[in-house]
Ligand binder design. Sequence first.
Ligand code: ZN
Length: 343
Amino acid sequence: MLFPTTIAGSLPKPAWLAEPERLWPDWRLAGAALREAQRDATRIALFEQEHAGIDLVTDGEQSRRHFVHGFAGALAGVDSAKLARRGIRGDRYEADCPTIVGEVRRNAPVHADEMRFAREATKHRLKITIPGPMTIVDTLNDEHYRDRKKAAFAFARAIREEIEDLVTLGVDAVQIDEPAFNVYFDEVDEWGVAALDACIDGVRCETIVHVCYGYGVDANVKWKAKLGEEWDQYAHIFPFLAQSKVGAVSLELAGSHVPPRVLGMLGDKKAAIGVIDVATDRVERAEDVAKTIELARRYLPDERIICSTNCGMAPMRRDIAYAKLRALGEGALLARGETILSR
Ligand code: ZN
């Protein structure tokens, strides 16, 4: 099938599960009641994606408070209670970051329970998102390695082990989230792609790396406003990603200043193009989505195009996020020349 659809990863959490429209929401419940509520929210996230015609679905990240700390905070050597305020993503914003206090190790599976549940709850192809080594290191305070590269490879080992368990559970695709790649070009070249490859070396599933301009939150919107008429970030890193072991690159395209010609710099990789803008509450029409797909077709053969969202939708309003999911599914139908049954 041409133009298969997926989402970057996260969906908004219901207000009964966590504070709505927040990046670091507090859970509304605790203990067994929280786990049950997370599973209920996962069922809804899967249902909404299936209903919208999304082919490769995620659990909407309903069981993690934050896309980085859900994984990193579960590893030995990371102290989630020891927070230090620091600038992250090239000082684009400040965050309270957990601390690396010792050798990083994965003593037990991190996302196995929630993925086992999601696997049983859907017949669709299932994707897990895991933060990448550079992004993890950039979102922690390091008191142990004091060397970003060394720390990154320690996390890469833990990610590789985690993927092995998840593939055994029936996960079809793993997406490594590396928004930090769009900030530290020299490090991407020096060790970032090598750390990415260490995460996925020899895995028996589809692999994707997500490199984006972030959620539609204020700090990112202000940063993007300063990037000028043409954003050249991808042009710096895509040539390196073209040499990596990853199967597909997930990127922002809809409503952005990314020049589409960067799609031609991905070598033989597939591109999961963002056809949904997460930085606006305006819901795309199916025709808008189809237009973005047409734009990508000028630079890529059809069989290398996957349709996705620009980034996660965690901080959005639920009704808007679900409407955008439907636009994504319908836009892909239009691009395939199929009929939209709901019309
Ligand atoms: Zn993103």
